[in-house]
Write a protein that binds this ligand. Structure first.
Ligand SMILES: Nc1ncnc2c1ncn2[C@@H]1O[C@H](COP(=O)(O)OP(=O)(O)OP(=O)(O)O)[C@@H](O)[C@H]1O
Length: 265
């Protein structure tokens, strides 16, 4: 992993949180080969909230996995906070991810046997950093869970569990938080609370958030929306509204269906 900042912490921020340069990802070989990402380049400044949308199979999850260092691109470069993340050293990559990258999943991924506070303190323990219990409690207060510190995840609602997951990523102050359908398993009200919280993390804490979603309303909470189709970025919308995003998605779906129909004929 070239360029990893030795000894630096995630608190140190650069103006550029994420850069993908000519990233491609193919799965399979020869006749079964699928190009999931096709020469994707993008730059996201720090302190921005970006939604990624596109029809099913357009490459959203692959983009998130490659950008977060969970999967390796076939070609191209990924830089998080200015440091290249494409390398062969798995241990160094894991350490880098721990310091610089946060994840929020659709199904929360909390440890069921740990309390709310223990779940939030876990990243500090794993990174062998000094556990700042007071800071964890402050963050849990900010996400509205100060009365639930000793509860187990199963004793919380879905929305509350996702707020714990958000608190868990915030305490590490990662360079980028990647969220994969973070509201996919929530009711409308809880979803809005979670989205407002992500927005607040960007505005108040200067976090950078990249969120994959199928929901135009969720996307409207972002500063900008990137549209993917067939593994390529085919559009970008700033100041998105749910209506404008939904309309763009309809046209995108039509265009993709048309291309596939032509390919089949
Ligand atoms: N492990 C894999 N092996 C083979 N093909 C894969 C693999 N993962 C993804 N693909 C293919 O790559 C393409 C992009 O998939 P990806 O999951 O990134 O799309 P997506 O936009 O996230 O889809 P969805 O919205 O349905 O989750 C698809 O054609 C998919 O079938």
């Amino acid at each position: 992993m070239a360029g990893t900042r030795g000894g630096s912490t995630a608190q140190h921020r650069t103006a550029e949180a994420l850069r993908l340069f000519a990233v491609s990802k193919t799965y399979g070989e020869a006749s079964t080969q699928v190009t999931a990402l096709d020469n994707v380049s993008l730059t996201l400044p720090s302190g921005t909230f970006t939604a990624v949308m596109g029809p099913s199979g357009s490459g959203k999850s692959t983009l998130l996995q490659c950008a977060a260092g969970l999967d390796r691109p076939t070609r191209g470069h990924v830089l998080v906070a200015g440091a290249e993340m494409t390398g062969d050293d798995e241990t160094a990559l894991t350490k880098f991810r721990r310091e610089h990258v946060g994840f929020i999943f659709q199904h929360f991924n909390l440890l069921p046997t740990l309390t709310v506070l223990q779940n939030v303190m876990l990243p500090m323990r794993l990174a062998r950093r000094k556990v700042d219990r007071a800071y964890c409690e402050t963050i849990l207060q900010r996400v509205g869970l100060s009365g639930r510190l000793d509860h187990l995840p199963a004793e919380l609602s879905g929305g509350q569990q996702q707020r714990v997951a958000i608190a868990r990523t915030l305490v590490s102050r990662p360079s980028v938080i990647f969220a994969d359908e973070p509201t996919g398993a929530l009711d409308t009200r809880s979803a809005r609370e979670v989205l407002a919280l992500l927005q607040e993390a960007v505005r108040t804490f200067g976090q950078t958030v990249v969120m994959v979603t199928h929901d135009p309303v969720a996307a409207s909470y972002a500063d900008a929306v990137l549209f993917l189709a067939d593994g390529r970025i085919v559009g970008r919308m700033t100041h998105p509204t749910a209506e404008a995003v939904a309309e763009r998605m309809t046209h995108l779906g039509d265009a993709v269906a048309e291309r596939h129909a032509i390919a089949v004929v």
